[in-house]
Every structure is written in C-alpha cells, then in structure tokens.
Design a protein around this ligand. Structure first.
Ligand SMILES: C[S@@+](CC[C@H](N)C(=O)[O-])C[C@H]1O[C@@H](n2cnc3c(N)ncnc32)[C@H](O)[C@@H]1O
Length: 366
C-alpha cells in the first residue's frame, strides 16, 4: 500500500485507501517521520477501505467496511499525490494571518484591495473537491445520515457544498442551507440550485430557532481562533437551533499534536481539474511553535503554498487554527447554552480518548 496523505487548509482528514490508483509522493525524505497514515494502518481502528456504512460506537468494522479517515489518505482515484501544509504561532486571527501573506510573493487581493482567503480564490475552490474527493472522506459518511434525518439543516462553512449536494441527491426533501463567507467556494456550491446558499460569516448571522441540525465539517470549527470568534459563533449556532436541534462538528484532538506532521501529511498534487493537463500542487505545514491560546487550547499557524497552471507564481496563504481539548470545548459550548449530547474519537463512532484523532461532537441546547 502506498500511503499518501492530504488535507486542505483547515480542511478535512482523508484516510488511507488500499484501493484506487497509487499516487506518487511529490517528495520523499529519508528522514521523514512515519506517516500517520502508516501508523494508522497499524491501528485496528484506522486501516482499511472507505465505507459508506454507518457504524456503531463499538462495532469493529471489517477491513472492507472500514471508513476512510479524513486527514490521512493514500492513493486517490484522482491521482492525488503528497505535496504539504499546516498552521502558525501566537495569538492571531485568521484575518491577521492572511495579512502576513506575501513572503513568497503569493498574496492576492481583490479589486477592492481586500485580501483574499484561500477559500475565496475560485482557482483553489476549483481544486478543492479533487484534493478531497467525497469517496475518500469518512467524515461525510458520519454526517450524511444525520443530515438526511433532519428536516432543516444549516451547513456552516459549507465550502463547495458537497455534503448538501449529496443530501439532496439522497432524497432530502426539507430545507438545506449552506453558509460560507468565501465566494470561490460558494460559487462551486451554487452549481446546485435546489439548496439555499448564503454568503456570510457564522459570527454575524441571526437565524432564530430555524434548524434541526447545524453542522461544521472539514475542521471549519478550528478556523474560529479567538475567544471572541468562538463565543460569537457558538451563540449564533445556539440561537439558530430549533428546540431539540443539534450541532454536529469535529475538531482535531490536540493531544496528538498532529500539526507537527502536517508537512508530511498535508501535501497534495492533483491533475488540474480545469483540464490544462498540468498539475496543481499544494503543500501545507505548521509555521512557528504552537502557542497557548489565551482562553484555553492551542493556537497553530500554517502556511499553505500552491502552484499550478492557474497560478503564474507561487500562491502563499497563511492561516491559524485553534485546538481545544474536550474539557475546553465543553466550557465554550456551555457559555453558549450548549451541552455535549454525543462525543466520539473518530468518525467511526469510536470512544473519545487521548489517542483518538478527532473530537467529534454532537451538542444540544442545555
Ligand atoms: C476546510 S473548508 C471546509 C468546507 C466543507 N465544510 C468541507 O467539509 O469540505 C472550511 C470552510 O469554512 C469556511 N469558514 C471559515 N470561517 C467561517 C466562518 N466564520 N463562518 C462560516 N464559514 C466559515 C471557509 O470559507 C471554508 O469554506
């Protein structure tokens, strides 16, 4: 099994696959640390093929049933190869992180002079689903049954809208709303017109008791880096939930210090989805030391570099991610009137513990 890993900027984890075309790592260092993907392969919970089946908390899947793990991945059907990316240091907002872009001459601004996030860039958005194909994402197989079971759903940070697209295709007949501030991503999402797409930021929306399910997937939750971001966002989620509604999201387990391996894990190369015949490469790595966040948890900064036919030069993007442990998370949820109803260590429903890769949480109004 060749094991090439990937993720996106604050993006989903994608697990090793044993099937599909092999991808060639873009770089291979003799001293490179063991891939979490390979480590995962030794972990009984982490090996195997993608699965679309829902599994129980303690239901050990057969090899053929085991889901993909987002964040590590092997040879993808889209010929994705390892390339790299990750987080930075010190208290910083994502807006501040982006203002530091440009050390490689890659920062981009809009015509109005505002700095563009990576997700705002239509060229990056065009590659996103190739970097993180549906089939490789076990997180979506955790969330999709919850979406189809809920009447009204808000997907916060919906990105290219893949989850809601699939929910509609699966026959969801109720209200589906995707929220994202990034025009590049939303433009992709809007290919499907039977979903409400809203350009906006969770921190400033004002829905009132409208949704049975609010979601944040692809580690979008970790892009809420300051205490103020977290509080405003969780207040908005709490207000948007209809009575009995739930908020489902995941955040990476800080105990694993996964960011230290991001340069190895989060490197990708895909054939240019625009069909130029060229290759789009992305490399993300943590930048600087991880630092304690003022209100608890850890702040990790990352730099992402992109090259490809659509970028005449190197496109560099800086961002920051907040890592909260389960107790810190509970504290922020409680401030917003939310409590944990379910919690898992991974999308396969395994119990949360220090060695689990994720803190997958379903919260409800207390
Ligand atoms: C890594 S992408 C995940 C996209 C999609 N949920 C998925 O799972 O593929 C993170 C998305 O969150 C969005 N996002 C970041 N901060 C946000 C905020 N404050 N409110 C709403 N969306 C936000 C970004 O624009 C981006 O599209």
């Amino acid at each position: 099994m060749s094991c090439t890993d990937s993720t996106s900027d604050g993006g989903p984890r994608i697990r090793c696959r044993r099937q599909g075309r092999e991808r060639t790592p873009l770089r291979q260092r003799a001293d490179e640390p063991p891939s979490p993907c390979r480590a995962a392969a030794r972990h009984p919970r982490a090996t195997g093929l993608p699965s679309r089946t829902k599994r129980g908390r303690d239901g050990e899947a057969t090899a053929a049933e085991r889901p993909l793990r987002a964040g590590t991945r092997q040879a993808g059907r889209n010929g994705v190869a390892r390339a790299g990316f990750g987080p930075q240091a010190g208290p910083v907002t994502n807006d501040q992180a982006r203002r530091r872009d440009g050390t490689d001459g890659g920062q981009e601004t809009s015509a109005a002079g505002e700095e563009l996030s990576l997700f705002a860039d239509p060229r990056y958005a065009a590659c996103y689903d190739a970097f993180f194909p549906w089939e490789d994402r076990e997180d979506f197989h955790f969330y999709l049954p919850r979406v189809t079971a809920a009447d009204a759903v808000l997907d916060v940070g919906c990105g290219t809208g893949m989850l809601l697209h699939h929910a509609r295709e699966a026959g969801h007949a109720g209200r589906l709303v995707g929220l994202d501030p990034a025009p590049g991503m939303l433009e992709r999402a809007r290919r499907r017109t039977d979903v409400e797409w809203v350009r906006g930021d969770l921190r400033s929306v004002a829905w009132r008791e409208e949704f049975d399910l609010v979601l944040m997937t692809g580690h979008a939750f970790q892009e809420l880096v300051t205490d103020a971001d977290l509080r405003a966002a969780l207040r908005a989620v709490s207000a948007a939930l209809a009575p009995g509604g739930s908020f489902a999201f995941e955040t990476r387990n800080p105990a694993l210090r996964g960011w230290e391996r991001w340069d190895f894990e989060y490197s990708l190369a895909v054939p240019d989805p625009e069909g130029s015949g060229g290759t789009v490469r992305m490399a993300m790595q943590a930048e600087g030391p991880a630092t304690p966040a003022p209100g608890g948890g850890t702040l990790v900064r990352a730099v992402t570099r992109l090259t490809g036919p659509a970028w005449p030069g190197l496109r560099t993007h800086r961002s920051a991610y907040r890592f909260l442990n389960a107790a810190e998370l509970r504290g922020f949820l409680a401030e917003a009137g939310l409590e944990v109803a379910e919690q898992y260590g991974d999308f396969d429903g395994s119990p949360p513990d220090d060695s689990a890769p994720e803190i997958v949480t379903v919260a409800r109004r207390a």
